[in-house]
Design a binder for this molecule. Structure first.
Ligand SMILES: NC(=O)c1ccc[n+]([C@@H]2O[C@H](COP(=O)([O-])OP(=O)(O)OC[C@H]3O[C@@H](n4cnc5c(N)ncnc54)[C@H](OP(=O)(O)O)[C@@H]3O)[C@@H](O)[C@H]2O)c1
Length: 333
């Protein structure tokens, strides 16, 4: 089979499409013929060596959709040819509140991932594809949709009618946060460094869109627009300090990343405003199942661009340069 593999740390140019053997499905595993996959910032970080214990050569890719090609032993409930989508959160554990740090891993390093014609996945991580979605749409959902769902609902406890601030809406996860927030009947404020991305966000239902690069003092713009109940952020750095400034007394800030870097915050507004700062990562099997059900309700993920597997390096570079709005997808023939 053909697989896009990382051979050396140093960036996406060290990815190559190789011919490798189709992996066998072991006990409790499913061999999926991957038809489409999608990129996450994690994949770019791995090529740059920003993860511990990187094994090489490795097939990257956490997101994928396709058909069941073969079943290992002790697998039931699926048949060859079933159209499926993959939950990339492996071995979360028994506690829905937090993953088991001793077992939890993400598909696509250390275990070979979805940027290949075939991928082997534990049966519990294989879900039926929402019928209304194309393979590309289904592949765009898993990691980002799961992270967004848990951030917004399981951790953020978003209620209809609340106002949510989504910082850096161009990110793969944040476009799902916007999609889900509007589905849930929230008022959505978004920020981005790009006017073009803000326009796309408005088309997805954003009620107010602010360019954070052109308006360094964007918290001031929000003071006149009413209270912000919930903020979802993955940038960290200065954004967290500003988020603390704009969140209403008793409000929540949910964090799932630190793209910009470490943050230093003022202590007084944190305790005086009774603010809750909540960390989150990926999501439990329950989160994944609940998230996927939303796509039976007519929701569609935002897709930025679709590349062929052979053009995988271009796809990585688009994400590394933050040019995308929504998910960058690979089709795998
Ligand atoms: N913990 C988890 O489970 C988990 C899961 C997924 C992702 N993550 C992390 O979350 C981050 C985003 O991941 P992703 O895959 O969604 O990445 P992505 O699609 O590459 O998006 C990154 C986005 O970050 C935004 N950004 C950059 N600098 C910013 C700033 N100063 N203020 C506000 N926004 C800023 C940009 O938004 P604009 O272009 O709109 O300015 C950019 O599009 C990464 O750090 C990733 O590692 C964590």
């Amino acid at each position: 089979m053909r697989a896009l593999r990382l051979h050396e740390i140093g960036g996406p140019q060290n990815l190559r499409v190789d011919d490798v053997a189709v992996p066998p499905a072991g006990d409790g595993e499913v061999l999926v013929r991957v038809r489409a996959a999608a990129l996450n910032h994690r994949d770019v970080f791995i090529t740059q060596g920003l993860y511990p214990r990187i094994r090489m050569p490795v097939t990257l890719g956490s997101d994928g959709a396709g058909e069941v090609a073969a079943l290992g032993s002790v697998v039931s409930g699926l048949a060859e040819g079933d159209e499926v989508v993959i939950d990339p959160m492996l071995a979360w554990g028994d506690d829905p509140r937090v993953w088991n740090a001793a077992t939890a891993t993400i598909l696509g390093m250390p275990r070979d991932g979805t940027f290949a014609q075939y991928a082997v996945v534990p049966v519990d991580n294989v879900h039926r594809k929402p019928p209304a979605l194309s393979m590309e749409e289904a592949a765009a959902i898993p990691l980002a949709g799961l992270t967004a769902y848990r951030a917004l609902f399981t951790r953020g406890a978003l209620q209809p009618g609340e106002t949510v601030l989504i910082t850096g809406v161009g990110g793969g996860v944040q476009t799902f946060v916007l999609l889900f927030a509007k589905w849930a009947g929230a008022h959505a404020i978004v920020t981005s460094s790009s006017d073009e991305k803000l326009e796309r966000a408005r088309a997805l239902g954003a009620d107010l869109a602010i360019n954070y690069a052109a308006n360094a003092d964007w918290p001031k713009l929000l003071r006149s627009t009413g209270p912000v109940d919930l903020i979802v952020d993955s940038s960290g750095g200065d954004t967290l300090r500003k988020a603390l400034d704009v969140v209403r007394p008793g409000g929540r800030i949910v964090i799932y990343g630190g793209t910009v870097g470490e943050a230093s915050i003022k202590m007084f507004p944190l305790f005086w405003k009774h603010v809750s700062i909540l960390g989150t990562s990926m999501g439990s099997p329950q989160d994944f199942a609940a998230m996927l059900r939303l796509f039976d309700d007519g929701l569609r993920p935002a897709i930025d661009r679709v590349f062929a597997l052979d053009d995988g390096v271009d796809a990585f570079e688009r994400l590394a340069a933050a040019h995308q709005f929504g998910k960058v997808v690979l089709t795998i023939e």
